[in-house]
Design a protein. Structure first.
Lengths: 319, 250, 305
């Protein structure tokens, strides 16, 4: 899809999302507001994964861990009486970035299958960590007493306020992501995905760039986690389970990886689908599973691939 | 005494029982175009791999401008001015031709930890890239996806990218491979223009090109450098004739 | 001391369970270059079929046989329907597609056998304990698992290293086009290897049923550990899988058994209750990170590829 077209599609999607609360309230279907708040949170997580997966070619299968870390940062601070939103979000970002730094530093020494397995393993390690710390609920989870307090400026108790707060973050992430992938740094990352050997032979020490991208991606997912904690007011290690990482990855693929806006659509479709199916039958995973297999086998470029782009025209529009 | 830019001392490489590089000692002089020839399987690509830093030698040393670079990784060698083209063209097929060269320019045009400004509108990257493309005859293809170029165009693009890294020494692995005669001629013209501006170490099978371009030749057979000298010396060398050129050599 | 010996043996038993999983996984990856996340599902299916068969017939032999046959059938079905299309795809595609399979199978067993754990009991003739050393009793069943695993491990090793088929498997791993060109039916070879891998997983699951809980998703966490084992041992190496499995099994079990007590010596009981299990669960991954740091290709890396 051409960049110009992509921008229209993105704009349309964002406008639709912006208009959702008044429409939902008007139709007396308030629960859609919370539902789409959740969808947008996962969209942010999916966009953050797209940065390294779609643009960097790094198949990180432990991304849900950073969502969890962000959530836990907010929850743990709230538990100890630190309700300040600036502090909570700051710690969420810092903690996720730090963990991503460590995980990336070890994992990026490998590539291919090893990399996938190792990120999977680290993700699971963090999940087990969350499960075993009883002070913060262990595997029973922990209630969060109140929303993040941003110097009284925002009442996140109100669904609509929270919705627009998350929406603002989504727009910010998309904007930042867009500038990032087109910047010098972004070109190095994309070049590394395209042909790492060539990048090395041009003099780029690809490891440090990949690591930084990994950290940025983890930090953004941490923000998504902090937002999630505000939505659910509940901490649970299950958010970090590796199957959640798989779901986020599916959202990226479904929407179209390497497009930034695609994962937003992917999150919408995946979560709505899940919602729809589970209302239908309690065995919805038996339908979702094969559906995912089919998507992978037949439609690798996802929803964004439906405009039949050819390589030549794509590059032309990118030049 | 001419300046030696790239030197190997007793370079060795074994893969299990197979000796790919057998005690090779070369001294490439600054400004010369030095060709390495030899039959298939002689270990030429393995040699380039070690010089470029992709393959770790089993023994011996590599010196670049007097500095021992044997343990240095590829990016660090490129930073010192040692650049390389591949036997199988290695470019970024999804990017446009201009973007390919611009990315190569980027390495030396300031740092790459810039996260906001659009790289494609960065004149510091575009201008040098456009100039290089023009010099090599690819200016009209600048906006096209590199993957759609013809084989020769791709190889020319790769040369452009390699030149963008401002090398002092070029390692060229069979740049003429798979080229039609007219394209070969153009490539030879490009190479002869580069002669003198840069030091070039060239691996090639095309004997016409080699003998017309090279200042000196080294003949590699079964990983061993059996002779080094000017084209005339090599032509006259009996060992070489026997091992490689055969009796059909002119 | 007794406690330590018992936990070491438990660790070995866990290691053997892991080994059977990891061996199949590493074979499949080494030969077909296929990442199969659904390998844990095969383990689970084996466990379910074995438990269900035993509950119905009270015959251990029948239970094992049914588990092997049933899982092999399921495995071959997946291979033909899904994997044949995946061999040529990149690893990301394989990961995602097999992820979809996991969701499907986890739900399938819930649909057939319900959401609560299935009761799996130790067969009568293996119940009770055995004195392996004077004064050191150990559950007979767990010992049987260790023995069975060692026997199977040896068989696999002999198969891969000493037979013609094994030679084909190893050759297929290093150059599949060449082997195909030599007239060997690659498709059949792949199916065979996959069948062996599935059977190993099924055996592991069938034996593990009475020891661990038979429930949906039981294979997934084990699968991740199997991956860790392969990374530590080196992809494609049976020997590596064996060494790494025992290492991981013992370290993990000992850690879980004793770290809490160790911590309790220096901190409050409540803190130790968290710090112990937390550190224990991290131990394996720290081990993996350490191995990766010093030997990124694993302990027994494959030379040629």
């Amino acid at each position: 899809m051409r960049p110009e077209r992509k921008i229209y599609v993105a704009a349309a999607a964002l406008v639709a999302l912006a208009l959702l609360p008044p429409i939902a309230l008007g139709l007396d279907q308030d629960f859609y507001i919370d539902m789409f708040t959740r969808i947008m949170i996962f969209a942010i997580a999916a966009v953050s994964l797209d940065l390294i997966l779609g643009y960097g070619g790094l198949v990180s299968f432990g991304h849900a861990a950073y969502l969890g870390i962000g959530s836990y940062a907010v929850g743990i601070l709230a538990y100890h009486g630190f309700g300040n939103g600036f502090l909570q979000f700051g710690v969420a970002v810092a903690a996720s970035a730090l963990v991503a730094l460590f995980v990336g530093w070890v994992s990026l020494r490998t590539s291919g299958v090893y990399f996938i397995m190792i990120t999977l393993a680290f993700g699971q390690m963090i999940y087990f960590l969350g499960e075993s710390i009883n002070l913060y609920g262990g595997d029973n989870g922990l209630n969060i007493q109140q929303h993040s307090d941003f110097a009284g400026l925002l009442d996140l108790d109100d669904s609509t306020t929270l919705y627009y707060f998350v929406f603002a973050w989504l727009v910010l992430c998309l904007g930042f992501g867009w500038r990032l992938v087109n910047s010098r740094f972004g070109m190095v990352i994309r070049g590394t995905k395209s042909n790492e050997r060539r990048m090395l032979s041009l003099g780029f020490r690809t490891f440090r760039y990949k690591l930084l991208a990994f950290v940025i991606s983890g930090a953004i997912a941490g923000i998504a986690g902090a937002l999630l904690a505000n939505l659910t007011l509940f901490l649970s290690p299950s958010i970090m389970h590796w199957t959640r990482s798989g779901e986020i990855m599916m959202m990226v693929i479904l929407g179209g990886m390497g497009t930034l806006i695609g994962p937003v659509f992917g999150a919408v479709v995946y979560l709505l689908f899940e919602n729809l199916l589970s209302g239908f039958t309690e065995h919805w995973q038996a339908i979702l599973g094969p559906f995912l297999v089919l998507v992978v086998l037949f439609s690798k470029s996802g929803l964004m691939g439906f405009s039949g782009r050819s390589r030549a025209s794509a590059a032309k529009s990118n030049a | 005494m001419p300046d030696v830019l790239l030197e190997t001392r007793g370079l060795q490489k074994h893969f299990g029982g197979l000796v790919a590089t057998d005690d090779v000692s070369l001294a490439i002089e600054t400004g010369e175009l030095h060709a390495i020839i030899g039959p298939n399987g002689a270990g030429k690509t393995t040699l380039i791999g070690q010089l470029a830093g992709e393959i770790a030698p089993s023994g011996g040393h590599i010196l670049f401008a007097g500095e021992d670079i044997t343990a240095l990784a590829t990016p660090d060698r490129v930073a010192r001015g040692l650049a390389r083209s591949f036997q199988v063209t290695s470019i970024f097929p999804e990017f446009s031709v201009l973007d390919n060269v611009a990315l190569a320019v980027q390495r030396h045009a300031g740092h790459s930890f810039r996260f906001w400004a659009d790289a494609r509108r960065d004149a510091a990257l575009r201008r040098p890239a456009e100039i290089l493309l023009r010099d090599l005859g690819l200016a009209t293809r600048a906006g096209v996806a590199a993957g759609t170029l013809s084989h020769s165009e791709k190889r020319t693009l790769e040369i452009a990218m390699v030149l963008a890294t401002r090398p002092r020494l070029l390692l060229l692995d069979e740049p003429l491979a798979g080229m039609a005669p007219e394209d070969s001629k153009r490539m030879v013209q490009i190479l002869s223009r580069l002669k003198g501006q840069l030091t070039i170490l060239l691996i090639e099978h095309d004997m016409d090109a080699v003998f017309s371009l090279a200042d000196r030749l080294t003949v590699l057979v079964y990983g061993k450098a059996i002779a080094t000298g000017t084209p005339e010396q090599i032509r006259a060398n009996d060992q070489v004739r026997h091992a490689y050129l055969g009796d059909e050599a002119e | 001391m007794l406690a330590v010996a018992e936990q070491v043996l438990n660790g070995v038993q866990f290691g053997i369970t892991l080994f059977l999983m990891a061996a199949g996984l590493t074979l499949i990856f080494g030969v077909m270059n296929l990442v199969n996340l659904a390998h844990g599902s095969l383990y689970m299916i084996g466990a379910y079929i074995a438990a269900a068969t035993f509950n119905a017939t009270h015959s251990f032999g029948l239970a094992i046989a049914a588990a092997l046959a049933g899982t092999a059938a399921a495995g071959i079905a997946i291979e033909v329907v899904v994997f044949r299309a995946l061999y040529r795809r990149d690893h990301l595609d394989q990961v995602l597609a097999t992820f979809g399979l996991i969701l499907f199978f986890n739900e399938l067993v819930r649909m057939i056998w319900g959401a609560t754990a299935l009761y799996a009991q130790v067969p009568g003739f293996l119940a009770g304990q055995v004195e392996i050393l004077p004064g050191v009793p150990y559950p007979t069943y767990r010992l049987a698992i260790i023995v069975a695993g060692l026997v199977v491990g040896l068989l696999i090793y002999v198969l891969v290293m000493k037979t013609r088929i094994g030679m084909l498997i190893r050759a297929g791993a290093s150059d599949r086009t060449m082997v195909g060109a030599l007239g060997v039916n690659i498709t059949l070879l792949y199916t065979l290897v996959f069948g062996v891998g599935a059977a190993l997983a099924a055996l592991s699951g069938a034996l593990a049923g009475p020891v661990f809980t038979v429930e949906s998703g039981m294979g997934d966490d084990l699968l991740i550990l199997a991956f860790v084992v392969i990374v530590i041992g080196g992809i494609g190496s049976i020997r590596g899988a064996f060494v790494a499995s025992l290492l991981v099994g013992v370290v993990d079990t000992i850690g879980r058994a004793f770290l809490r007590q160790l911590f309790a010596l220096v901190m409050s009981g409540f803190a130790a209750d968290s710090a112990g299990p937390a550190t224990a669960s991290m131990l394996i991954y720290v081990l993996m990170a350490a191995v990766l740091f010093f030997r990124p290709q694993g302990l027994f890396p494959r030379e040629s590829r």
